[in-house]
Design a protein around this ligand. Structure first.
Ligand SMILES: [Zn+2]
Length: 101
């Protein structure tokens, strides 16, 4: 049972890496002041995105997603979907709060 927590932490790190990748691709946005990632929501990424994502994965250690080479393709796509859905919202919540105050 001891490894369970580590696996969860590792998963969160993978989701964070997937999120950064989506930001780099312009799929998600990152607030330049707070570092919060947003712009995701219900899954709507297209086939063209997946071709790019898989090509990037195939580039291995020299590509933009070296972390993806150690996981299954299926896990990779699941991570990208999870990262996208996790960062739903049209704006940084910190900025939104500041605007409201
Ligand atoms: Zn912000």
């Amino acid at each position: 049972m001891g490894g369970m927590k580590e696996m969860m932490i590792e998963h969160q790190e993978d989701v964070a890496l997937a999120s950064d990748y989506l930001v780099n691709k312009g799929v998600l946005q990152k607030c330049e002041y707070h570092g919060e990632i947003f712009g995701g929501g219900a899954w709507k990424l297209e086939g063209e995105f997946w071709r790019t994502a898989m090509a990037d994965r195939n580039r291995g250690d020299t590509g933009p997603v070296p972390w993806a080479t150690k996981i299954e393709a299926r896990e990779y796509t699941d991570l990208l979907k999870e990262a996208y859905e996790e960062h739903c919202g049209d704006e940084c919540s910190y900025c939104a709060k500041l605007m409201a105050d």
